[in-house]
Design a protein around this ligand. Structure first.
Ligand code: SAM
Ligand code: DTB
Ligand code: SF4
Length: 331
């Protein structure tokens, strides 16, 4: 069964398009909010009538000391944030954290490495063991670890990896303001390798990094025009971290996140739209609007990779108040 099958219940009338134009997407992003919410809901209700939400837990297996210069990231050696290199987690410790996450209700376990790219050797072998272990526990397994080769993607697929996360982060036009050590094209090539190996693609971006609305339209357009579209699309709001070049940027207006989620849902009806970093800034009502508009996953657990996330108790309360249904592992 494909990871998408469980939620696509009535999609006959939904046509997936891979030919979106930037102006069309911009027009959607700029619609009066009520009209945009209505249009997003028409799609969302069709693909997810019960408002099912997947809980995913994140673990930073390898933290800090990354050679890339991503302006938002506290883990880059080019930035002077508090995050410093820490010993990597061992396989058993990762699997015990995955088990706890499953017991707490998580359906997917996402593991991060602060690497520019995967290198062969003991660390990669450990990653493969972690993937096998997480799948053995009965959870979806996602890895985010930078660029990879075809062979590495194939080995991850053989280990049972469900998804590989590699974000485009921002529009091709704004990209050079944010990262200089890796090109937008290299990101697209990494995504292609993941796809060719038969692993599902998790790819999204960040808003609130000084980009224009046109940049947001451009990012969404590139994502939606990937063929096939990514199965999973994380929408992150920048968490401005001290010591990064973006530390002084103002927090994004929650309604901007609602707009991004709505348009992502309209353009990519069958994809899982993940309300990712920055949820603490959104407030309860902002998050509920995002569920209404099409978000169908959150990161669950007190920590993202290095920054905070709402605590489990407040998330349980949020999900209950929103009246959404949590996806359990056997569904
Ligand atoms: N090194 C790998 C990579 O870049 O693909 C994996 C880890 S990286 C931290 C995963 C993603 O986290 C980034 O692509 C970015 O979208 C997101 N991220 C990192 N720092 C963030 C921040 N301060 N605010 C919002 N999102 C952030
Ligand atoms: C994604 O798009 N967001 C998550 C996940 N994929 C790996 C990571 C968010 C990280 C936020 C900053 C931090 O905690 O270091
Ligand atoms: Fe490294 Fe990933 Fe952070 Fe960029 S986002 S500095 S690649 S850990």
């Amino acid at each position: 069964m494909s990871v998408l099958d469980f939620k696509v219940q009535s999609t006959e009338a939904l046509t997936l398009r891979n030919d979106w134009g930037k102006d069309e997407v911009l027009e959607l992003l700029e619609k009066p909010l009520m009209d945009l919410l209505w249009q997003a809901q028409l799609v969302h209700r069709k693909v997810n009538p019960e408002y099912q939400v997947q809980l995913a837990s994140l673990l930073s297996v390898k933290t800090g000391g990354c050679e890339e210069d991503c302006a938002y990231c506290p883990q880059s050696i080019h930035n002077s944030s508090d995050v410093t290199g820490q010993p990597d987690f061992e396989v058993e410790s990762v699997l015990s954290q995955a088990r706890s996450a499953k017991e707490a209700g998580a359906h997917r376990f996402c593991m991060g490495w602060a690497w520019r790219e995967i290198r062969d050797g003991a660390d990669f072998e450990a990653m493969l063991s972690m993937v096998r272990g997480v799948r053995g526990i009965g959870m979806e397994a996602c890895v985010t670890a930078g660029m990879l080769t075809d062979k590495q993607a194939e080995r991850l697929a053989d280990a049972g990896l469900t998804a590989y996360n590699h974000n485009l982060d921002t529009s091709p036009e704004h990209y050079s303001q944010i990262i200089s050590t890796r090109t937008f094209q290299e990101r697209l090539e990494t995504l292609q390798r993941v796809r060719s190996a038969g692993i599902t693609v998790c790819c999204g971006g960040i808003i609130g990094m000084g980009e224009s609305i046109k940049d947001r339209a451009s990012l969404l357009m590139v994502l939606a025009n990937l063929e096939p579209q990514p199965e999973s699309v994380p929408i992150n709001a920048l968490v401005p971290v001290e010591g990064t070049p973006l530390e002084k940027l103002p927090l994004i207006d929650p309604l901007e996140v609602v707009r991004m989620v709505s348009v992502a849902r309209i353009l990519m009806p069958k994809s899982r739209i993940r309300l990712s970093a920055g949820r603490e800034q959104l407030g309860r009502e902002g998050q509920i609007l995002c569920f209404l508009a099409g978000a169908d996953s959150i990161f669950y657990g007190d920590k993202l990779l290095t920054t905070g996330n709402p605590d489990v108790e407040s998330d349980k309360d949020l999900l209950q108040k929103a009246g959404v249904k949590i996806i359990y592992r056997n569904q």
